[in-house]
Design a protein around this ligand. Structure first.
Ligand SMILES: Cc1cc2nc3c(=O)[nH]c(=O)nc-3n(C[C@H](O)[C@H](O)[C@H](O)COP(=O)(O)OP(=O)(O)OC[C@H]3O[C@@H](n4cnc5c(N)ncnc54)[C@H](O)[C@@H]3O)c2cc1C
Length: 257
């Protein structure tokens, strides 16, 4: 089976985000594989081990994205592709990302493409569905179970804590949700092997794309941190006096009554 994983580099979840002049400062930040993409890598490896074939991990990023790709290779993926836009494009959005991926996948004959349900930084959840639509293949989002036999996939999908069961033909794109599997840690032999696994680097020229084809359709106007929460207040006194004070505070201070 020809299996692909879409992988995005995101801020480490422990990282303290600093915004200055409306931009997120990422100069000294630590980056990780987007956590939902780890479920995608794990599932891809499991499906390959069961059905044969190979797993290729694809990212659009910069030269530092090699680190996350090597981690996926150390987990057990076979090949990696870095589409490096650093020198060619200043800006991009979900449209640009999906367009680059669409062009990359045009001649790939993928049976299964796995993405994360959402990227924990910009969190639009658009890239997977946009790509599947552009490629004209089926997609199912937020999956928590996947069984493939022949050309058919049986899928379990998370619906607000409930489970929906879906049958779908391959080729197929799925986006992966927590609960699908338990992503493995790269083993030491895996890390050693990963250094020798193929990692191809492409630029948008190699895909016959140029800046005009990829001009973003959206513009981020402002990024700001949420207001700091104020400490709560504990009311004291007799219960009926507390209720009166609470009603007064909700009406006059919080202005929600
Ligand atoms: C050339 C270029 C320049 C950009 N410049 C900026 C910028 O200046 N500022 C900025 O904030 N953002 C920039 N971006 C990022 C862009 O705005 C979005 O982060 C990106 O389109 C993904 O959207 P999302 O984070 O909402 O992902 P979601 O749609 O939430 O991601 C869902 C899943 O899609 C897949 N996916 C998402 N992104 C990628 C990727 N890059 N490679 C492979 N798979 C992916 C992953 O599997 C992920 O789990 C740029 C993107 C490009 C292509």
């Amino acid at each position: 089976m020809n299996i692909y994983v879409l992988l995005k580099k995101t801020f480490d979840t422990e990282e303290k985000i600093v915004v200055s002049n409306g931009q997120i400062e990422d100069d000294s930040a630590e980056f990780i594989i987007n956590p939902y993409d780890e479920y995608a890598v794990e599932e891809a490896i499991k499906q390959r081990d069961e059905h044969g074939g190979e797993v290729t991990v694809v990212t659009i990023g910069d030269e530092d994205s090699e680190k996350q790709l090597r981690t996926a290779l150390a987990m057990g993926a076979d090949k990696a592709v870095l589409i490096n836009t650093e020198d060619d494009l200043e800006d991009g959005d979900q449209f640009s990302t999906a367009k680059i991926l669409e062009t990359y996948f045009e001649d790939k004959d993928a049976d299964l493409i796995l993405a994360g349900n959402v990227a924990i930084d910009e969190a639009s959840g658009q890239v997977g569905p946009r790509l599947a639509t552009r490629l004209g293949i089926s997609y199912v989002t937020t999956i928590t179970g996947l069984t493939i036999s022949g050309d058919t996939a049986q899928i379990e999908k998370d619906v607000e804590g409930d489970v929906e069961k879906i049958e779908c033909p391959l080729p197929l794109l799925v986006t992966c949700q927590q609960g699908l599997n338990e992503p493995r840690y790269p083993s030491l032999p895996g890390i050693m092997k990963a250094k020798k696994k193929p990692l191809a680097e492409l630029e948008i020229d190699d895909l016959d794309l140029d800046e005009d084809d990829l001009e973003p359709k959206t513009k981020t106007l402002e990024i700001f941190m949420p207001q700091e929460k104020q400490a709560g207040r504990v009311l004291e006194g007799e219960p009926d006096a507390q209720v009166k004070e609470l009603v007064s505070l909700l009406k006059n201070e919080a202005k929600v009554l």
